[in-house]
Design a protein around this ligand. Structure first.
Ligand SMILES: Cc1ncc(COP(=O)(O)O)c(C=O)c1O
Length: 359
């Protein structure tokens, strides 16, 4: 079976190094906060070129804590895409604010700045672009609308420009992400000293000193064991992202674009997922399954049509580009060290399903 993402193939050569790091954590007896977490926060802040990076328990908490630290809550609106993972709008609702869905650009699949502009009201407090599938969202155009940005960068660690503009930018280290932990983990990258201080407090019950509780926060921490693994992976990330870019280029060279719409490349896209578009999705995915090749369709019911978001009043047809992308997208296997042989099989199967012989 060819998987959609082979995370183990990426980390297998690093297992001896990982074991050494885990042994050090065991010897230290520090599992919560401590030197590994601090070192990873420092190293990731340097990598992302931000003044603050704060480890949290997962990417969903990273979003909620960012919103809360920025003082966004009841009565406020935050504009976000509907073609994304549910956590994006869920976090806005959890913070007590109202998600406002904007449509996407059909080529980039990221927020369409013109549609965002049309949805700004006096209640809009922030825009939350998602760097979807590893492609940088149009940050400069969105920032020119004059509202603070919170970048949902869960799928885009290492992509160009990510975390350059948002007051907060959030990351998930779920094990399929470009930079991953060995379980759940997350990070808030922050460009504002006061907001960063509040995120730090909120992740530990609203306290600075573990004695006085100034805010109603939560318990949301990145564990030392995950920080230790992340410190092993971070120096490899650029190589893995380059491997993903090479894999994407190879799919194009192999002629995949003859039968499906392949993603338009741009510098700095880190291909968290390799997502093509086709109106023949059912047939192609069935042919792949038959050949033992995994594929997946994302956000088939986009967020504005999800049961929990019905109270917002959107219906079918409210976001046409989002709904088209939901109906047509198909993710094909890609990871940081995918081999040409694997990709040749994938392309031959897709071409054969359309009656075209592989080159
Ligand atoms: C775009 C997006 N936002 C938020 C999240 C939430 O991250 P986590 O699963 O770590 O809570 C994810 C990942 O699953 C995601 O893809």
């Amino acid at each position: 079976m060819i998987p959609l993402v082979d995370v183990k193939a990426q980390y297998a050569p690093l297992i001896p190094e990982l074991k050494e790091c885990f042994a050090e954590v065991l010897e230290s007896g520090r599992f919560i906060f401590g030197p590994e977490v601090e070192a990873f926060e420092h190293e990731s802040a340097t990598y992302l070129d931000v003044p603050h990076a704060i480890g949290v328990a997962n990417g969903t908490d990273a979003l909620v804590l960012s919103l809360e630290a920025m003082g966004i809550g009841s009565g406020d609106e935050v504009i976000c895409p509907s073609f994304t993972f549910y956590a994006t709008s869920e976090a806005i609702a959890r913070a007590g604010a109202t998600p406002v869905f904007a449509d996407i650009d059909p080529v980039s699949l990221n927020l369409d700045p013109a549609d965002v502009a049309a949805r700004i009201t006096t209640r809009t407090k922030a825009i939350m672009p998602v760097h979807l599938f590893g492609r940088p969202a149009p940050l400069a155009e969105l920032a020119s609308l004059g509202l603070p940005l919170i970048e949902d960068a869960a799928q885009a660690f290492g992509a160009a420009g990510v975390a350059s503009t948002g007051v907060c930018s959030t990351f998930s280290f779920f094990p399929t992400k470009n930079l991953f932990a060995l379980g759940d983990g997350g990070l808030v990258a922050c460009r504002d000293d006061e907001v960063a201080e509040r995120v730090r407090m909120l992740r530990f019950h609203g306290s600075r000193d573990k004695q006085t509780f100034e805010l109603v926060g939560t318990n949301s921490r990145l564990d030392a064991i995950h920080a230790a693994a992340l410190r092993v992976f971070l120096p490899r990330l650029a190589g893995w992202n380059e491997g993903r870019r090479l894999g994407a280029a190879r799919y194009a060279e192999l002629g995949l674009g003859d039968v499906v719409e392949i993603p338009v490349d741009e510098p700095g896209h880190v291909y968290h997922m390799y997502v093509v578009r086709t109106q023949d999705r059912a047939r192609i995915s069935a042919a792949l399954k038959e050949a033992g090749i995994a594929s997946a369709s994302y956000y088939v019911t986009p967020l504005h049509l999800q049961p929990a978001m019905r109270y917002l009043g959107y219906g079918p047809g409210s976001l046409p580009e989002t709904e088209r992308a939901a109906a047509e997208n198909l993710a094909l296997p890609l990871w940081g060290c995918i081999g040409a042989d694997v990709q040749e099989q994938v392309v031959a199967t897709v071409l054969a399903s359309a009656g075209v012989a592989a080159a």
